[in-house]
Design a protein around this ligand. Structure first.
Ligand code: HMG
Ligand code: MG
Length: 310
């Protein structure tokens, strides 16, 4: 039995853009976000309040959030790594943040300059202050399957770190394949182990697609009853501190799969995410970056255009 409805968390404006060196204007990002909203995406991670020297592309986080469209039923969120990031997030008026750690010690050090335990200790007062300020909080656990530095990651570590994030008050944890190296058997093994102790409705899966296994991993997640999946329009993305990380699972490829499997992607009573409009959103970024995008749907369209021109 597969779920009959899933929730897509669009991470294109944050994960999709954070690794891009070509500067994208705030207005360009806003156009991207407006089109994602028009496509029917209701959870959109728009930026990060990290150290702008480490992720210059997202240095305009505050300005971007001030200009976001007001859209019914749409929740925008942003990554927060420390107290300073939370100060900026509160000031911006955003009402959902995401805190992030990992299941690999080395990756955690490279990404946020802390051990895993230090990251939990750092995020405890941040999550509390955010919740007291009326915000909701998501958590990420990176490198849940394979780490670029430590290779294989134990499922015990993944479950332990995930549980610690829940103890901080997060409402959802994204189990993440940062370098896109996982295959369905990894997902079945690690995620089912997590689900023995933690509630499936609070687990999201965040796949990158370096080896082309992200959609297969989604199917493994669906088989386990997971109903929240992260994706990035166009298939852009990658973490600057994880060598070898390619783009995220493309939103349009996920929507194609779910549509064909007759799994709903909209809120109850609402239309689902519109595949064509997701591609329109992605094309805003493709124009600015002046290059083709990695998603299968994008390649299919280019092939159709080329055939029309013959
Ligand atoms: P740090 O650089 O070690 O901080 O940051 P510091 O305390 O030494 O401060 C250095 C300077 O940065 C100071 O300024 C601070 O004020 C400033 P200066 O005195 O030199 O002028 N600073 C800040 N400014 C604005 N906002 C802030 C902030 N913090 C410090 N929040 C920190 C530590 C954790 C912030 C840093 O290491 C950092 O920003 N890391 C970025 C990590 C990141 O963005 N990674 C990518 C996202 S995670 C990801 O992609 C994985 C995910 O997609 C899931 C998956 O796929 O696995 C979520
Ligand atoms: Mg990611």
């Amino acid at each position: 039995m597969l779920p009959d409805r899933v929730r897509i968390v669009e991470v294109g404006p944050r994960d999709g853009l954070q690794n891009e060196l070509t500067p994208i204007s705030t207005e360009g990002k806003l156009q991207f976000v407006r089109k994602l909203v028009a496509a029917g995406l209701t959870q959109i991670e728009v930026t990060s309040f990290v150290n702008p020297k480490r992720v210059p592309q997202l240095a305009d986080a505050s300005e971007l959030i001030t200009e976001l469209p007001s859209a019914e039923n749409v929740t925008f969120s942003a990554l927060v790594p420390n107290e300073k990031g939370l100060d900026r997030a509160i000031e911006s008026g955003i009402n959902r943040i995401a805190i992030f750690t990992a299941a690999s010690e080395t990756f955690t050090q490279k990404n946020i300059g802390m051990s895993i335990d230090e990251s939990i200790a750092t995020f405890a007062p941040i999550a509390k202050r955010a919740i007291d300020a009326g915000m909701s909080v998501r958590g990420y656990v990176s490198t849940c399957f394979v780490c670029p530095y430590e290779r294989e990651i134990s499922k015990d570590r993944v479950r332990d770190v995930t549980a610690k994030l829940f103890d901080l008050g997060v409402d959802e944890v994204a189990i993440s394949d940062t370098i896109g190296a996982a295959v369905p058997t990894d997902v079945l093994e690690t995620v089912s182990f997590v689900l023995e102790k933690l509630p499936v409705e609070r687990i999201a899966l965040h796949f990158h697609d370096t080896y082309g296994t992200a959609l297969a991993n989604v199917v493994a997640g669906l088989e386990l009853g997971v109903t929240t999946f992260d994706a990035s329009a166009g298939g852009l993305g990658g973490c600057p501190f994880a060598p070898g990380a390619a783009g995220n699972l493309a939103t349009e490829d996920l929507v194609y799969l779910l549509d064909r499997m007759k799994i709903q992607t909209g809120l109850a009573g609402q239309p689902g995410v519109d595949l064509g409009k997701v591609i329109e959103a992605a094309s805003v970024v493709a124009r600015v970056l002046n290059r083709q995008l990695p998603s299968a749907q994008w390649r299919r369209l280019q092939a159709d255009f080329a055939a029309d021109e013959v």
